[in-house]
Design a protein around this ligand. Structure first.
Ligand SMILES: O=C(O)CCC(=O)C(=O)O
Ligand SMILES: [Fe+2]
Length: 298
């Protein structure tokens, strides 16, 4: 027997969960999106982002030559073009409404290919005390090609006992748990346990084939993955952004507000330097070859 989902998970107390996840609430007070969120742990809003917000970001993003995007987690610190979309007011306000807390941006994944990160939930990747006062969004920047390795998820899996880091650490050598790369070296253990649990519960895996401007919001406890592309190399033009409640991240001390939209983000001095852009950003004007390459994306 391998390591099971039960080995890796444990429910946490009702009173530390976000309001909409508590056992007993007054459901008649909820709006439709909150009701769906409580039930499914995932919410899709079609054409949520205005075309201009998407087009402006895409025009800027095309300057990034590599489909993998920026290598660091916080390019938004250096580029207002990322803040314009990831801190677009109605987007953040929707999250505030779902978690019941003011949400701040702390991670953007800018690659235009699938992350190929196998099944997991995001909550156990964060410190315990966050207790899923956490949300991530998957913004389709174009109509998503089914061959590109789309986002997949298990509706309602946010109600399963959540994956816990300390439970995982009980299963692996201490030396491995102490290394900062434990999320990637344990990816397969977690994925196999999740896949077996999906089968055991007889649950369907759903695929998000967003159209341009659509947004999928997902719960920190939702089981999801970036699937493998069936046609490797197929672009998947999306922006993924992660947010935590300002009131649940004592580990991320510095917060600031994006003046243009009035929405908060977490600040990390180590990602501020423009050296993180070196070798990533090349403008079409600077280099004819790269210019021709980016023209291919049009
Ligand atoms: O590549 C994807 O669609 C999923 C990425 C993911 O798991 C995450 O951002 O938490
Ligand atoms: Fe994830």
């Amino acid at each position: 027997m391998g390591i099971s989902y039960t080995d890796l998970s444990e429910e946490y107390p009702n009173d530390v969960r976000p309001l909409l996840d508590r056992d007993v609430i007054n459901e008649s007070m909820l709006n439709e999106d909150q009701r769906l969120w409580r039930r499914d742990g995932v919410l899709v809003k079609q054409q949520f982002l205005p075309e201009k917000v998407v087009d402006d970001y895409v025009a800027f993003r095309r300057k990034v030559v590599l489909d993998g995007g920026w290598k660091d987690p916080c390019p938004y610190l250096r580029h207002d073009e990322l803040k314009d979309i990831a801190l677009y007011s109605p987007l953040v306000e929707k999250m505030d409404e779902l978690i019941g807390q003011p949400m701040g941006l702390h991670l953007t994944l800018t690659g235009w290919v699938s992350t190929q990160r196998r099944f997991h939930s995001d909550d156990y990747l964060n410190p315990d005390f966050v207790h899923s006062h956490y949300i991530a969004v998957w913004i389709a920047l174009e109509d998503i090609d089914p061959a590109s390795g789309p986002f997949q998820f298990v509706r309602g899996s946010h109600k399963w006992p959540p994956l816990r880091r300390e439970k995982l650490f009980e299963q692996i050598p201490e030396a491995q748990a102490q290394r900062p790369d434990w999320p990637s070296t344990t990816e397969n253990i977690v994925a196999v346990a999740c896949e077996e649990e999906i089968v055991r519960r007889g649950q369907a895996v759903e695929t998000f084939l967003g159209k341009k401007g659509d947004v999928l919001f997902w719960h920190g406890r939702l089981i999801h993955q970036g699937s493998y592309p069936t046609v490797p190399g197929t672009p998947r033009r999306a922006l993924i952004a992660h947010y935590s409640s300002l009131n649940h991240r004592p580990d991320m001390g510095v917060r600031t507000t994006y003046a243009k939209t009035g929405k908060p983000y977490f600040y990390f001095s180590n990602w501020e330097s423009s050296e993180h852009d070196e070798g990533v950003i090349e403008t079409a004007q600077q280099d004819g070859v790269l210019g021709r390459l980016s023209a291919l994306f049009k």
